[in-house]
Design a protein around this ligand. Structure first.
Ligand code: IPM
Ligand code: MG
Length: 389
């Protein structure tokens, strides 16, 4: 049978994608151990404000982190470094998701705090470049996306381990139209890619005295890649006899999360990339909205912490940027502190945020003139932190 020319071209593109992924699979297999932050002196923390409301919420978060780490900064054990190039203007100008010089600056920072960045969509003016988030996760191999959700009064205490570099995202911007009538995207997993995220979830469960890990897939339909993820989940789960392994398909999981009788039972959840993206927004909404949730993107060599919401362009256009809520970036900052071994400072920041946002609520940010500005909220958090010292 003769192969249509369009299919021949598609096969060549597919071969190229597979070769790149083959090489990535080999590279992640040969990676060393996790960075030991205690051994770095100074430990450099990079700050990228990002776009829209990003620089405003970052300003307050950086100020508060500066206060919590004042001793280490003064002693030169920690250094704060500002990275200014990760803006939509700069990205459009260079036509790159992360401009080369900015990527080099990022690579000099083992720990990064990042504000939201804008992703151009099909139809926007300028090149339709890839999301900076997705590019950074790939370039720095930040394979574990940790997204906690906590609503104490509802008995909710979930930690999601979203795989962050594979699935539908690995070559998400490399799908193509084979012909005007046929378009394809690809989803993929690698053996080590599944193992490392699943192991991270189980290790977290053991360390934090959790008793259950749930895998979320659609392995009844997406049989090869989700099937492999699930198979490895049960294989690795067998090495942790004190942890119960449960599984859900992603459709019923979305329903379970709004079923009060069922949802309190979830503890640690591990999921492929796209399901993790969707389920963690749902979870954040149950907690009070995406503006309340922080997120950690962890790799062997680098770790990046971010808010899970977008850059609030509508707020900026309507002149409401100064009323932006820094809560989710502050929660991300608490995760950063915990990740670099500053557990006491992390607990203190989380405690102060609980007091400001859930208990005392003396100054609330609502995103408009009805609430306080980001800066007034920052002052409030600092004053509560002082009280807790
Ligand atoms: C997230 C975001 C990103 C994602 C977008 C901005 C590309 O939704 O961090 O969850 O899909 O991962
Ligand atoms: Mg998302």
């Amino acid at each position: 049978m003769s192969v249509r020319p369009e299919i021949q071209i598609a096969c060549e593109k597919f071969a190229q994608l597979l070769e790149e992924q083959w090489q990535r699979a080999a590279a992640i297999k040969s990676q060393g151990a996790f960075t030991d932050y205690q051994s770095l002196n100074p430990l450099i923390i990079g700050f990228c404000g990002g776009d829209g409301i990003g620089p405003i919420i970052m300003g307050e978060t950086r100020r508060i982190l500066g206060r919590l780490l004042a001793g280490q900064l003064a002693a030169g054990e920690i250094e704060f470094r500002d990275i200014n190039g990760l803006t939509i203007e700069n990205r459009l100008l260079t036509g790159k998701a992360i401009p080369d010089d900015t990527l080099a600056e990022l690579r000099a920072c083992p720990v990064i705090l990042k504000g939201p960045t804008r992703t151009p969509q099909k139809g926007d003016a300028g090149p339709n470049i890839e999301s900076a988030n997705v590019a950074m996760r790939r370039e720095l191999d930040l394979f574990a996306n940790l997204r906690p959700t906590r609503v104490p009064e509802l008995g909710i205490d979930w930690v999601f381990f979203r795989e962050n570099t594979e699935g539908a995202y690995a070559v998400g911007s490399k799908g193509f139209a084979v012909s005007p009538d046929l378009a394809v995207d690809f989803t993929l997993v690698t053996d080590e890619g599944c193992r490392r995220i699943i192991r991270a979830a189980f290790d977290y469960a053991v360390k934090n005295r959790k008793t259950q890990v749930t895998a979320v897939t659609k392995a009844n339909v997406i049989k090869t890649t989700d099937g492999k993820f699930l198979e490895i989940f049960h294989e690795i789960g067998g090495e942790y006899p004190d942890i119960t392994c449960t599984e859900r398909y992603v459709d019923i999981m979305t329903a379970n999360l709004i079923d009060e009788r069922v949802r309190a039972g979830f503890q640690v959840v591990v999921l492929p990339n796209l399901y993790g993206d969707i389920i963690t927004d749902e979870a954040a909404q149950i907690q009070g909205g995406v503006g309340t949730a922080g997120s950690a993107n962890i790799g062997k060599k680098y770790a990046m912490f971010e808010a899970i919401h977008g850059s609030g362009d509508r707020m900026v256009a309507q002149g409401r940027a100064i009323y932006a809520n820094p809560a989710s970036l502050l929660r991300a900052a608490a995760m950063l502190l915990s990740h670099i071994g500053r557990r006491e400072a992390a607990d203190r920041l989380n405690r102060a945020l609980d007091i400001c946002l859930l208990e005392e609520k003396r100054h609330m940010v609502t995103g408009d003139q009805k609430g306080v500005t980001c800066q007034v909220f920052g002052d409030y958090v600092l004053s509560v932190l002082e009280r807790l010292a």
